[in-house]
Design a protein around this ligand. Structure first.
Ligand code: BGC
Length: 251
């Protein structure tokens, strides 16, 4: 069995686990800590280091993938929506590698989730375009065309009525404003309708922690496009980060 470690850094929590790369499934427990207040680089990196020490049955040679809620280009974080602005332009991959004492694969969190769903889950073997969306602290998106990831799509920041739509339609907006499922679904409807108009995808995949309640809101949406929950739910980021780190390139 081949295995790798995935670390998923979010605006609210940081999660890590050992991943079976043949099955695309967690091995053992998922470990979680809250994202340090302010999301400052040093604090977040230290939290990731601490989390890694909690995972059992790992050795220093195991590949590590880290996914992060920002545009990632050449190992640098180029945006910061739900973390400190200090990440903008930072050599984040190098920072994590120094602190973790090993090479890592560093990638956007929604891209990691999309890669996992394309390889093992709800976007597997779909011809044409799949749009992965993660509904969490923000809204993450990944474009997967014929199984290949087109990185750094930031469609959660689509502006509707002049509003950055993730600020009103993310799962954290639902919680903050105590929206009912139908009130939230109205906001999601506008988001997915716009994406449908612009991209005509074959399928939408919906991840994030709230995807375990998909029965409450996905049936309320009226779309031409098939919309399904992520097979790996909220573990897609961990699994995708691990897979990107551990699978031979090009597979
Ligand atoms: C960020 C994306 C990220 C998404 C989900 C957005 O605010 O801009 O890069 O994928 O949140 O975490």
């Amino acid at each position: 069995m081949s295995a790798a470690i995935g670390i998923d850094i979010g605006g609210t929590g940081i999660k890590a686990a050992l991943v079976d790369l043949d099955k695309g499934a967690l091995i053992g427990d998922r470990h979680k800590v809250s994202t340090p207040d302010g999301g400052e680089p040093d604090d977040v990196v230290q939290a990731a280091v601490d989390l890694l020490t909690e995972i059992e049955d790992i050795d220093d040679s195991m590949p590590v993938g880290v996914c992060f809620p920002a545009v990632v280009q050449g190992g640098r974080t180029m945006s910061a929506a739900n973390v400190s602005d200090a990440w903008i332009g930072l050599e984040a991959e190098q920072l994590f590698e120094g602190a973790l004492g090993r090479d890592i694969h560093f990638v956007n969190d929604a891209d990691a989730a999309g890669f996992a769903e394309a390889r093992y889950g709800a976007a597997k073997d779909v011809a044409g375009l799949v749009i992965m969306t993660t509904l969490g602290t923000g809204i993450g998106t990944a474009l997967i065309n014929d199984g290949a990831l087109v990185p750094n799509a930031e469609l959660g920041h689509l502006e509707i009525d002049g509003v950055d739509w993730e600020t009103v339609a993310s799962n954290s907006a639902r919680e903050r404003e105590e929206l009912s499922w139908s009130e939230w679904a109205e906001r999601l409807q506008r988001f997915y309708s716009q994406l449908e108009r612009y991209f005509s995808p074959e399928r939408f995949v919906v991840g994030g922690g709230v995807s375990k309640h998909h029965d409450e809101f996905l049936p309320l949406l009226d779309l031409q496009t098939e919309i399904v929950p992520a097979a790996m739910r909220n573990n897609a980021g961990i699994i995708g980060a691990a897979a990107l780190a551990g699978l031979p390139k090009g597979r």
